[in-house]
Write a new protein. Structure first.
Length: 484
RNA sequence: GCCCCGUUGGUGUAGUGGCCUAACACGCCUGCCUUUCACGCAGGAGAUCACCGGUUCAAAUCCGGUACGGGGUACCA
């Protein structure tokens, strides 16, 4: 039975890198009919952030990465929050102490610091030498005096190796690893101890996590052995780097998962894109439904090197999803966006039917959903701002533009139903009568109607805008030109 | 410093010893379509597969070294 877990620390926002790891976890579980478990690793009280867990859960839910067991829904191995599992860790630590695999240590942070400094000064690798080891009795006495005591793991003098599913055998010399802390002075376990115990107790089959964990895996291997546990399979997935090839961080702009939601990215597009960072199906297909990705996903095809995050390609993929999206759904999400207040990337629109006829006009121009407000803006504003210079193309005289616009309003007045094909025929005829090229007439009209040089096809815009508004805007443009 | 992991056009990937005169996608450029933008379509530029050496009849693919990049070296995860 495949059981994988995503085990974030609630110390900040969920980032793209973490999200990608979660995606691989989830994909692997789904591909193998396994279980996906969410476990919150909140053993660091100093860095703990209350909102973080909420953000993490929201991010995963947004992407549709649903879990089978977790802190919110429980499961057969609850609790799924490490801070609630202290008793379990304590028992296991006691076992370790009893069989001499771990010891109490009374060295103070100051002592540790000076030891480290001395070692660095002498150009020897900074490593703890076990000087603070004390007996259980001494530890108890110290604690009652209010002094700090930790528990350290006694690293055995043996060669350590483990098999990484992506990279193969990895070897470490025991000299590289010093006696590390497994229980902190606040009686919280460290990550190393806690996750080993939990992965075992929760019957995790595959530990899928970021590459940054490779160097500490020997400790985990040792811990598994000392505790008498079996081993999970290790899968260290490549990191995601920023444009400058450094680990993705705040420097690279808003990269928290939820910020992509705010920016108008579709969850299915983000998922698809992220799945392709460090993995590929092998046949060069890129746009894939979630079902397809699950079907094709395998650990063997995960790459062993980091990938640079390219926001431009993400944007392309997002736009591609928007283009092929079901109309009803597109209407829905565009409306959701533009119904937001004006200051919040919306247009304050209350009536959904207003959007339905406009969706086809902006669909292929939309890269991100929150671009909708800009693209739709001129359909809804009452006082369109017009850059007067743009009304006069260089190749056309002021007079002929005025005449063209005037005739246009007259023409519009006569037409009953504004159908694009009909409009186009009539306006082309008008241009011909006035001895103007189509563009010479259409361009000023476009500016008058939209205030912009680019827009959806003119006559579709006219139709959407309606007769009254179109005439009104053209009249206004004529007045502007006359004043020039 | 020490340890570990990597290295195919700017970016993501394909490639698992001969089909590689290196494929696909994003981006970039040109043209077509068109009333503009976008979409779409047709082309193009861009990689001596990090470098050096070895194995082999044959290497992007296997081995070694070097360089470069990344990660780790905490009472953080």
């Amino acid at each position: 039975m495949v059981r994988v877990r995503f085990a974030p620390s609630p110390t900040g926002d969920m980032h793209i890198g973490g999200l990608r790891t979660a995606i691989f976890d989830w994909l692997f579980a789904k591909a193998n009919n396994g279980k996906f478990i969410l476990r919150i690793e909140d053993t660091d009280r100093a860095r703990y952030n209350k909102d973080s867990e909420i953000t993490i859960i929201e991010s995963l839910k947004w992407l549709g990465l649903n879990w089978d067991e977790g802190p919110d829904i429980g499961g057969p191995f609850e609790p799924y929050r490490q801070s609630e599992r202290k008793a379990i860790y304590k028992t296991e630590v006691q076992k370790l102490i009893n069989n001499n695999s771990a010891y109490y240590d009374g060295a103070t942070p100051e002592e540790l610091q000076s030891l480290r400094e001395e070692q660095v000064r002498n150009k020897i690798p900074p490593r703890y030498d076990g000087r603070g080891e004390i007996t259980e009795k001494e530890a108890l006495a110290r604690k009652s005096e209010g002094k700090q005591v930790v528990v350290r793991f006694r690293v055995p003098k043996e060669q350590i190796e483990f098999y990484d599913e992506i990279r193969g055998m990895v070897n470490f010399d025991h000299k590289e690893i010093d006696d590390f802390i497994i229980l902190k002075s606040d009686e919280m376990p460290t990550y190393h101890l806690a996750h080993v115990i939990d992965d075992h107790k929760m019957k995790i089959s595959h530990v899928i996590r970021g590459e940054e964990w490779i160097s500490s895996t020997p400790r985990h291997v040792l811990l598994h052995k000392a505790l008498g546990y079996g081993f999970p399979k290790y899968v260290h997935v490549p990191l995601i780097l920023g444009k400058d090839k450094s680990k993705l961080s705040k420097r690279h702009g808003a990269e928290s998962a939820l910020s992509y939601k705010d920016k108008g990215y579709l969850p299915e597009a983000l998922l698809n894109f992220l799945a392709l960072l460090g993995w590929s199906p092998g046949d060069n297909t890129e746009i894939m439904s979630i079902t397809e990705i699950i079907k094709k996903f395998s650990i063997e095809r995960i790459l062993d090197h980091a990938a640079v995050f390219d926001p431009e390609k993400l944007e392309w993929m997002n736009a591609s999803y928007i283009r092929t999206m079901d109309s009803k759904k597109l209407n829905e999400i565009i409306f959701k966006q533009v119904s937001k207040p004006i200051g919040n990337q919306g247009l304050g629109i209350k009536d959904k039917t207003q959007i339905e006829k406009l969706t086809p006009l902006i669909r292929e121009r939309l890269k991100k959903i929150n671009d909708a407000a800009y693209l739709l803006n001129y359909f809804f504003c009452d006082n369109l701002e017009i850059n007067s210079d743009q009304l006069l193309p260089k190749n056309t005289s002021k007079e002929s533009i005025i005449i063209g616009l005037q005739k246009s309003t007259e023409l519009l007045q006569e037409i009953e139903n504004l159908e694009p094909e009909v409009l186009e025929g009539k306006f082309r005829a008008l241009a011909e009568n006035l001895a103007l090229k189509a563009g010479q007439l259409f361009f000023p009209i476009r500016i008058a109607l939209t205030g912009r040089k680019e827009s959806p096809p003119l006559f579709h815009t006219m139709e959407a805008l309606g007769k009254e508004k179109s005439i009104e805007r053209i009249d206004k443009a004529i007045k502007i030109i006359e004043r020039m």
